[in-house]
Design a protein around this ligand. Structure first.
Ligand SMILES: C[S@@+](CC[C@H](N)C(=O)[O-])C[C@H]1O[C@@H](n2cnc3c(N)ncnc32)[C@H](O)[C@@H]1O
Length: 418
């Protein structure tokens, strides 16, 4: 157990009580699932890795402690919220004695990993920002973890070959690809846990390396990590349609991008899907289903006013653009029931009704076959053969197989503070 510094204003008892309360909440929402991870949270003094934040915030399971910003005010580094840190550690299934690579530093998460791997294990943490590596080293030294975590400056697109191989790689920054270096540096049977943005939707994925670069895994939980910098920085293609609306796609090349604004300005066609959701019902599975199975998938961003009805994500709706016609899904309130919402397909262009029909059919299929059923399993390998649903990435190819059980969702309703 590591001893924590206390300030005169805050007694150890007070800090311990806040930490115990946080641990209780993490168990309650299913973000803690094992004793070793719970003991790590109990052992590491989180407040000493975020000395500029109030203790109540530091020990709030949901609080992200943003520590660095770019010139536009966007966060580039943070101490992630504890719930996502513990969840990722649980999904990594770390055992004592393992060699773990953490991508994206800060110190706290690396200290948690050091607790779980124990004295026989090894933790390497790599960050692209010298300010972050400097701060992480300082905090690790102050909390006696300096000897147990090696902090390295570099672009983790290359992993960190000098410390390879690793039993586990935990990525704590949002990736949009699976660089080959990560699989090459991961042992066969090793696990790679990361927040991966697939066609605009970021979730935590947990993959197992089956050898020869084949990754098999599943996803579940939404994540909101800061984007990767350096070689792996996201490079989506965004086409403005109006001042308020833009289409983002990974189609390469984008079919007839210049036509999009004029097509969007044409009168809209609409078709109800007949598929409804309750006010607080989770429909992330539908977003993932559309993003991973709908050829020509894109996202349309804009607010409810600009898109005619409420969007399906934070100002984001699934869309298809084929170079002539545009269709997208929005969420108006069901006319007969103020507590329910109905997915509605809208479209513009000479043959928009065909794209709308395709979108509606896809939503209905999700409702029939996947809404309450198993979620997808993912396989990733650069040598996967062509298929309509293949998601090409720079380093690899990703395919969703909609036939496997979904990992359990967090249950915030079980949170005693809810
Ligand atoms: C959310 S923070 C990491 C949080 C940390 N693991 C903790 O203990 O809470 C994400 C970090 O990823 C780093 N980062 C971004 N792009 C990177 C890259 N290409 N290679 C290594 N680190 C990167 C950022 O500088 C940032 O410090």
């Amino acid at each position: 157990m590591t001893t924590s510094k206390t300030t005169p204003a805050h007694s150890t008892d007070h800090i311990d009580a806040l930490r115990e309360r946080m641990i209780e909440r993490l168990w309650a929402v299913n973000a803690l699932r094992s004793q070793p991870v719970a003991e790590a949270v109990r052992a590491v003094p989180r407040h000493l890795f975020a000395p500029d934040f109030p203790l109540e915030e530091v020990y709030d399971a949901k609080a992200v402690l943003r520590t660095k910003f770019d010139d536009d005010g966007q966060a580039t580094s943070s101490v992630s919220a504890t719930w996502i840190q513990t969840l990722m550690l649980e999904r990594a299934e770390i055992q004592p004695g393992m060699r773990v690579l953490e991508i994206g530093s800060g110190g706290y998460n690396a200290a948690l990993i050091a607790e779980v791997v124990g004295p026989e294990g090894r933790v390497t943490s790599v960050d692209i920002d010298p300010g972050v590596t400097g701060r992480a080293r300082t905090h690790l030294a102050q909390t006696t973890y300096a000897d147990r975590v090696e902090v390295v400056l570099g672009d983790a697109e290359h992993g960190y070959p000098a410390g390879a191989p690793y039993d586990r790689i935990i990525v704590t920054v949002a990736a949009t690809d699976l660089p080959s270096a990560w699989t090459e540096q991961l042992v066969e049977g090793g696990r790679l846990v990361l927040p991966l943005g697939v066609r605009g939707f970021q979730r935590v994925y947990a993959f197992t390396h089956h050898g020869q670069g084949l990754l098999v895994g599943e996803t579940g939980d939404h994540a909101g990590f800061v984007p990767m910098q350096g070689l792996g920085a996201p490079a989506p293609t965004t086409v403005p349609l109006t001042d308020q609306v833009a289409l983002t796609t990974d189609a390469d090349p984008v079919p007839a991008p210049d036509r999009l604004p004029e097509v969007f300005a044409e009168p809209a066609h609409e078709q109800c899907t007949g598929v409804r959701i309750g006010r607080a019902e989770y429909f992330g599975g539908l977003q993932l289903w559309l993003a991973t199975t709908l050829p020509g998938f894109a996202t349309l961003s804009g607010d409810a006013q600009a898109l005619g009805h409420a969007t399906m994500g934070v100002h984001q709706s699934p869309a298809i653009w084929d170079g002539t016609d545009l269709a997208y899904l929005v969420l108006p309130q069901a006319a007969t029931d103020p507590d329910r919402w109905e997915f509605l397909a809208r479209g513009h262009g000479p043959n928009a009704t065909e794209l709308i029909r395709r979108l509606v059919e896809h939503v209905r299929r999700w409702d029939r076959e996947h809404r309450h059923g198993p979620g997808p399993r993912f396989i990733a390998n650069p040598a996967l053969p062509d298929a309509p649903e293949m998601i090409p990435m720079r380093h690899t190819r990703l395919l969703a197989l909609w036939d496997q059980p979904q990992s359990p969702q967090l249950d915030w309703d079980a949170d005693p503070d809810a």
